[in-house]
Design a protein around this ligand. Sequence first.
Ligand SMILES: Nc1nc2c(c(=O)[nH]1)N[C@H]1C(S)=C(S)[C@@H](COP(=O)(O)OP(=O)(O)OC[C@H]3O[C@@H](n4cnc5c(=O)[nH]c(N)nc54)[C@H](O)[C@@H]3O)O[C@H]1N2
Ligand SMILES: Nc1nc2c(c(=O)[nH]1)N[C@H]1C(S)=C(S)[C@@H](COP(=O)(O)OP(=O)(O)OC[C@H]3O[C@@H](n4cnc5c(=O)[nH]c(N)nc54)[C@H](O)[C@@H]3O)O[C@H]1N2
Ligand SMILES: [Mo]
Length: 559
Amino acid sequence: MTNSIPEFETDSNCFLIIGSNTSEGHPLIATRVLRAKQRGAKVIVLDPRKNQIGHWADVFYTFRPGSDVALFNGLLNIIITEGLADQAFIAERTENFEEMKALVAEFPAERVADLTGVPVEGLYTVARLYATQKPAAILYAMGITQHTTGVDNVKSVANLAMLTGNLGIPGGGVNPLRGQNNVQGSCDMGGLPNVFPGYQPVTNPETIAKFSKAWSSSLPTPNSPLSNKIGLTVTEMISAAGEGKIRALYVMAENPMLSEADINHTRHCLEKTEFLIVQDIFLTETAQLAHVVLPGASFAEKDGTFTNSDRRVQRVRRAVRPVGDSWPDWEIICHLAGKMGAGGFDFVSPQAVMAEVAQLTPSYGGITYERLEELGGLQWPCPTTEHPGTPYLHKNRFSRGLGHFFAVPFKEPAELPDQDYPFTLTTGRIMFHYHTGTMTRRSKKLDSEARQAYLELHPDDAQKIGLNGSRRVRVSSRRGQIELNVRVTERIKPGVVFIPFHFAEAAANVLTNLAIDPIAKIPEFKVCAVRVEALSGTEHRGGTDHRSGESERRTRRDE
Ligand SMILES: Nc1nc2c(c(=O)[nH]1)N[C@H]1C(S)=C(S)[C@@H](COP(=O)(O)OP(=O)(O)OC[C@H]3O[C@@H](n4cnc5c(=O)[nH]c(N)nc54)[C@H](O)[C@@H]3O)O[C@H]1N2
Ligand SMILES: Nc1nc2c(c(=O)[nH]1)N[C@H]1C(S)=C(S)[C@@H](COP(=O)(O)OP(=O)(O)OC[C@H]3O[C@@H](n4cnc5c(=O)[nH]c(N)nc54)[C@H](O)[C@@H]3O)O[C@H]1N2
Ligand SMILES: [Mo]
C-alpha cells in the first residue's frame, strides 16, 4: 500500500473500492472506511457482484468480470475531457501523459458502457466523484490482480491516482489490500524469484557481491557467488515439476492442491515430483502427496514479526507452546540447512535473525526488537534507528523519479463464455473461511456458519437452466467438473456465477483456468468459462466430512 490504514479513517474523503470484498476479506479496514463515511466521506464500489461493502456504498455498479481496463480507460477519459485532472501534479510529478491521453480517447463513455455493462451516467458519476473529493483512496484486492491482465489492471489503477494527484498525500493512494498476515513480510524478505530482501535485484552485481560476502559461510564453496538467475514463481514451479524440470519441491505453508488453478493439472505435477516435502501445521491435501511432512508451529506458538499491509512491522509473541513434535518454521529451516552442511544458520532466536535483516536490508535498517517493543510497530522504509518510519510513500517524488503514465490497451480474458460453456465463473472468498480451509474448517463455530460449497446464480439464469426447485448443480469447465448446491441471488449479474474456493469436496480450482499474466505470472482465478446443469435432488452436505478425525491428529500435550 502506498498509504496507511489509519489514514482511511482520519484523512480520506472518498474511496474507490474495486475488486475488493472489503468487509469479508478485510473487515477491520472496512470498519475504518465506514467510520469515514459517517463523517461524510464518499464510498464508491465497483464489482461484478454486489458484495457486502457494495450495500453500504454511496455509489455502486456491477460490471462484467475482466473488463477492468476498459472501465479505467473510460474513467480516465471522462476526467480529462471534463477538465478534472490535476494539471499541476501531472506537470511536476509525471511523464508520458500525452500517450495515455491519446489511448484513453479511444474509450468514450458509450463504448465503455458496452464493454463493461456500467451505464454511461454511472461512469460520469464515478469519475466526477472520485476526481473532486480529494484526498481519494483507491482500495483494491484480488478482483484487480487475478487476471491475465493483472499487471495492466494495476497500471490502470496507478494512472487514475496520478491523473487526480492522489499520490504522496495522506488519505489518498493506491492501496492493494494484502492477503495474509505476513505476505508483505515474505515479499520484503525476498520470498520472490527476482529479489533479495528489501527488493534488491538478484541481477545487480553489487547486490550479489554484498549477499555473497554476508552469507559466504552458507555457500557450498565459500568463494562461489550466489546465483544471479531469476527463479520461477509458484505457479511456474508446479508446471516445471510436471515437466520434470524440477525434481524436488519444498512446500512451506501453502496448499497448492486446493489453491492453485486447475487442480487436476496440479495433482499430476505434484505426483510426478521425485521428492516432495511439505511443512505445514496440518496434514493438508498437498501434504498427503508428500514424501516427507515437517510439522510447523502455528502463529500462536512462536516469536517473531509480521509485516502487515501498510508496511508496518509488528511483534508476534508465543502464547502457547508448540504442540507435539512441531517446531517454529525458522528453527526447522536452520536445522535442515545445518544438516545439509551450510554454515551461518546458527541463529539463537528470531531476534538474532532480525538483526541480520536490519544489517542487509536498507528499508529495515532501523527496525530492531527494542524499538518494536517501545513503539508497538514501525513502517518501512525505516533506514536508521533514529528514523520514525514512513506512513505514506512518494511524498515529494516517486522511487523512480517521475510517475509514468501507461497507455494500457484493453484485452479480453483468456477464456470467454461460448455456446458450450456459456457462463463466466468468478471465484473468491467468504467471511467465514480462510483459503483452503485447513484452519477455519476445523473451527466448529466457523464451520457451522458455512458448512458447504455453493454457487451463486442469478434468478433469470436459474430459470434458464431449468433448476425447478432443485438445489444441486453440476458445473463443468474445460478442465474438470464439480457438483454443489446453488444459492439463487440477485447479488450476481446474469451470465456470471461465483464459487468460493474454500471447499475441497467441490473445489473451485478444478474448474479455473491456468492462463497466467505474462509479467506477474498470476493465474486468471477471476474469469473462466463454465457450463451449469441442474441435477435432481436436494441440498446435502456434499461429500464426507473430510476434516474430522484429522483435527485430532495434533494432541495438545501442553494443555
Ligand atoms: N475471510 C477471509 N478473509 C481473507 C481471506 C480469506 O480466505 N478469508 N484471504 C486473504 C487473502 S490472502 C487475500 S489475497 C484477500 C483477498 O481479498 P479480496 O480480493 O477482497 O477477496 P476475493 O473474494 O478474492 O475477491 C474480491 C472481489 O473481486 C471481485 N471480482 C471478481 N471478478 C472480478 C473482476 O473481473 N474485476 C474486478 N474488479 N473484481 C472482480 C469479487 O466479486 C470480489 O468482491 O483476502 C484476505 N482476507
Ligand atoms: N480459485 C481461486 N484460487 C485462489 C484464489 C482465488 O481467489 N480463487 N486466491 C489465491 C490467493 S490470493 C492466495 S493467497 C492463495 C492461498 O493459498 P494457500 O496459501 O495455499 O492457502 P492456505 O489455505 O492459506 O494455505 C496455507 C497453509 O499454511 C498452513 N499454515 C498456517 N500457518 C502456518 C505456519 O505458521 N507454518 C506453517 N508451516 N504452515 C502454516 C495452513 O495449514 C495451510 O495449509 O490461494 C490462491 N488461490
Ligand atoms: Mo492472497
